[in-house]
Write a new protein. Structure first.
Length: 286
């Protein structure tokens, strides 16, 4: 495997958001997202990441009952023109930052995906990435994505994942193989999963010597009650900033290219990784 070839020239300030959306209320949740993006912009963030399925809320009963009302429609070029998202587009333009926010997307071919929308600094909304690893009953409502994606912000390369994607080491490794410096993971972790929530994304950071930005919902009613913990982890898996397990928050941290370069020089797993693990494994009797 070829090691990542580049290091950004300047730091990048990012925001990981935790908040409670209202099930089924795309327009209202877009307004909440706009308010939170404004907070991130005031903290000088250049990228703001909001939770998985934040626009319709991660609430399977509502998603199943009203697919038309909870979805946003994508055009053939993956752009989204939905008036409900106008406040969010305006916030991205006013704040001069890029927004990654979770949505349920209906594609022209009829597929429905759990996706991350990317709202750029001009306010244009695109479907940036479709979740590849569906979890549990998500498979009854959604189709899996078929390819990874990397977001370019300034000279930072940021791999995109969504929640359960981050439980698979291969997913973040594919981003690192594409020369990613960071990994953005909008998520929906339920109450009771705190240990796994914190461990998975710190591990992905250290596995691949990249920054990880984790956003999560909060609140809700069992069995769809979420546990916050929005965080930014550095390339050694150390937590730079973290939200509480409940309550709305915008967690801000600076991604430092010098730290990225130093970590990759000292911990050269990406450069040292073998192209494969050899021929058939030996079978030993003990």
């Amino acid at each position: 495997m070829t090691p990542p070839a580049t290091v950004p020239q300047a730091p990048l300030t990012v925001a990981a958001v935790q908040a409670e959306p209202v099930p089924g209320d795309v327009a209202g949740n877009a307004k909440t997202a706009a308010r939170l993006v404004d907070r991130a912009a005031h903290a000088r963030a250049r990228v703001a990441v909001l939770p998985e399925l934040f626009l319709p809320a991660y609430h399977p009963p509502a998603l199943a009952a009203d697919p038309v009302g909870t979805d946003v429609a994508a055009a053939e070029d993956r752009t989204v023109d939905d008036p409900r998202l106008a406040p969010l587009s305006a916030a991205a333009v006013a704040g001069g930052l890029t927004v990654v926010v979770g949505a349920a997307v209906r594609h022209p071919d009829g597929r429905r995906t759990i996706s991350s929308l990317v709202v750029d600094r001009a306010g244009v909304v695109r479907v940036g990435y479709d979740k590849q690893q569906l979890w549990g009953d998500e498979r009854e409502l959604f189709s899996p994505g078929t390819r990874g994606a990397t977001l370019l912000v300034d000279d930072w390369r940021l791999g995109l994942g969504i929640c359960y994607d981050g439980c698979f080491p291969e997913h973040a490794r594919a981003a690192a193989a594409d020369d990613a410096h960071g990994y953005l993971c909008p998520s929906g972790y339920l109450a009771g999963s705190e240990h796994r929530r914190d461990l998975y994304y710190r591990a992905r950071a250290l596995d691949n010597t990249l920054y990880v930005v984790f956003a999560n919902s909060v609140g809700g009613v069992d069995p769809w009650r979420f546990n916050g913990g929005a965080a930014v982890h550095d390339p050694q898996g150390r937590t730079l900033a973290r939200g509480a397990d409940d309550g709305e928050d915008v967690v801000v941290a600076r991604l430092d290219p010098a730290e990225l370069a130093a970590t990759r020089a000292a911990h050269s797993m990406l450069a040292d990784r073998l192209p494969d693990q050899g021929a058939a494994r030996l079978a030993l009797l003990g």
